[in-house]
Design a protein around this ligand. Structure first.
Ligand code: NAD
Length: 256
């Protein structure tokens, strides 16, 4: 059980981050939810999670495209035994037309935020004598697709950060791993569908089956509960010697 542990999950008021927060709370952890905007009454969301699982759940607003905000999030959390770097966005555009501000934002949010939160959380983990860092990369951290240059670059970078932090903590009771999901049906994926329809000139059903799930041999999207369950596993005693690696939850994507 994760009773008494505090988990900070970035970008956790929707999608995969919320799924991870729920599974960690179910396993007994106290949870810190985060998003950038404060939209959708996240304080109430935290209260509901706390009532459902009987653990302490707080919400801290922070725009993690800002370096100092990342570090302040960990400071405000006060404790961070489990750090899940999940916040991330996508933008689909050919490289020569890719907007510079979008490139900079995606590198900042999808990659640099994990550097800043890790740097702030590691001293706390060392003091506590235990820590788990879980970076939510992607099948796009191991393979590429056209029109996703910033996202693929950031997600590959996150795998490199994972390996480096694992080596720096190798002799300590701290592990650092990345989860590489294939397609998981969330708002981020939903938002890609119109762009993909436009880029490929296809209707919704065709673009989902032939483009999005083309490389996912199971032909099914993973669920946020499954990504949460994988996170809980990486926090378990069974995973103590798992560090510096990636776990794919991708229906066979990276086997192709
Ligand atoms: P989502 O859009 O549902 O959630 C993204 C989260 O990030 C939200 O909670 C949002 O509040 C937060 N966020 C966005 N901008 C932020 C900012 N500036 N500061 C702080 N938080 C911010 O997306 P999702 O599909 O749940 O994706 C979560 C992570 O999983 C992302 O890193 C994504 O790249 C990764 N991923 C998703 C899939 C998939 O198929 N959905 C596959 C592989 C990897």
């Amino acid at each position: 059980s994760l009773n008494g542990k505090t988990a900070v999950i970035t970008g956790s008021t929707s999608g995969i981050g919320l799924g991870i927060a729920r599974e960690l709370a179910r396993a007994g952890a106290n949870v810190v939810l985060n998003s950038s905007s404060g939209k959708g009454d996240p304080q109430a969301q935290a209260g509901e999670l706390s009532d459902e699982f009987g653990t302490e759940v707080r919400y801290i607003q922070a725009d993690l495209s800002d370096a100092q905000a990342c570090r302040d999030l960990i400071t405000k959390a006060g404790a961070c035994d489990i750090l899940v770097n999940n916040a991330g966005i996508q933008h689909v555009c050919p490289v020569e037309e890719f907007p510079i501000d979008k490139w900079n934002l995606i590198i900042a949010l999808n990659l640099s935020s994990a550097f800043h939160t890790t740097a702030a959380a590691l001293p706390m983990m060392r003091d506590a004598g235990w820590g788990r860092i879980i970076n939510i990369s992607s099948a796009h951290g191991l393979t590429a697709s056209p029109f996703k240059s910033a996202y693929v670059s950031a997600k590959h970078g996150m795998v490199g950060l994972t390996k480096t932090v694992a080596l720096e903590t190798a002799e300590e009771p701290i592990t650092c791993n990345a989860i590489c999901p294939g397609y998981v049906l969330t708002p981020l994926v939903e938002a890609q569908i119109p762009d993909q329809m436009k880029a490929h000139g296809m209707d919704r059903e065709t673009v989902i089956r032939e483009v999005m799930l083309e490389r996912q041999p199971s032909k099914q999207m993973a669920t946020v509960e499954q990504i949460g369950g994988t996170t809980v596993f990486l926090c378990s005693d069974a995973a103590e010697q798992i560090t510096g690696t990636t776990i794919s939850v991708d229906g066979g994507w990276t086997a192709l």
